[in-house]
Design a binder for this molecule. Structure first.
Ligand SMILES: [Zn+2]
Ligand SMILES: [Zn+2]
Length: 237
């Protein structure tokens, strides 16, 4: 058992070294990477909100509707494109199942250092796909079928959701010595996300990374006991 455990550790360490050699160049600065994602999303949110011409109290309903849509997009993209090879989205499978899930396992959820963030945060081109290829077309349809103002508000909410996803997922892979890594909301996210990082279960459970709303609706939520177990024993140094 111990020998198997040691072998698993060595295999994971070797994969991490290979990933770094291929993806983390010597000039990489993690704070710039995080700032770029935040700036890019905040600019898109501000740009969308600036397009709203007339504000109305009824628009308060748009935010939860867009949130539920974004939560469904998170679920479906994760379940059906990141854990299955489907043309022309092989890059999502490669990046997520081939790299992210091999870099982090249920009992080794943390980065070794902040230079490992490229294993967590999507590269800019993938973020562009989510915002430009998923959120923007959905918002355009909403704007076309209802009103342009509602479409812009829908877009701003969807991008804000994407930013929350990136930051919460980042926190779930930070050590608890990190202030964001030990925030209460992050510990809650890490508990169900760690179950998803079990290789035997990653194709079947816990596809929502943020709020497991569609996991609950579609019967794939991580069991309460498993999530509690991850919260207790999830991190191994
Ligand atoms: Zn993860
Ligand atoms: Zn996954």
């Amino acid at each position: 058992m111990d020998t198997q455990h040691t072998r698993d550790r060595e295999r994971l360490d070797a994969f991490r070294q290979d990933f770094r050699a291929a993806n983390v160049h010597s000039g990489y600065v993690w704070s710039r990477h995080v700032a770029a994602v935040v700036l890019y999303c905040v600019t898109a949110i501000g740009g969308a909100l600036a397009q709203v011409e007339v504000w109305s109290a009824i628009y308060a309903l748009v935010v939860p509707c867009a949130y539920v849509f974004a939560n469904l997009a998170e679920y479906t993209l994760h379940r059906f494109l990141m854990h299955r090879v489907r043309w022309p989205f092989e890059f999502l499978y490669r990046r997520h199942s081939g790299e992210h899930h091999r870099f982090f396992t249920r009992h080794r959820m943390d980065v070794d250092s902040l230079r490992d963030l490229p294993a967590v945060i999507f590269p800019a081109r993938v973020s562009l796909f989510f915002v430009g290829g998923v959120a923007a077309p959905a918002a355009w349809v909403v704007g076309w079928r209802i009103t342009p103002d509602i479409g812009w508000l829908f877009l701003a909410t969807a991008v804000a959701y994407y930013l929350s996803y990136e930051l919460l997922h980042l926190g779930a892979h930070l050590p608890e010595q990190n202030r964001w890594g030990r925030a209460r909301v992050v510990r809650w996210v890490r508990a169900h996300h760690a179950v998803h990082h079990d290789p035997r279960r990653m194709r079947h459970e816990a596809f929502n990374i943020t709020v497991p709303l569609w996991d609950a609706v579609l019967g794939t939520v991580a069991s309460r006991d498993d999530a509690a177990d991850s919260a207790r024993h999830g991190v191994e140094s």
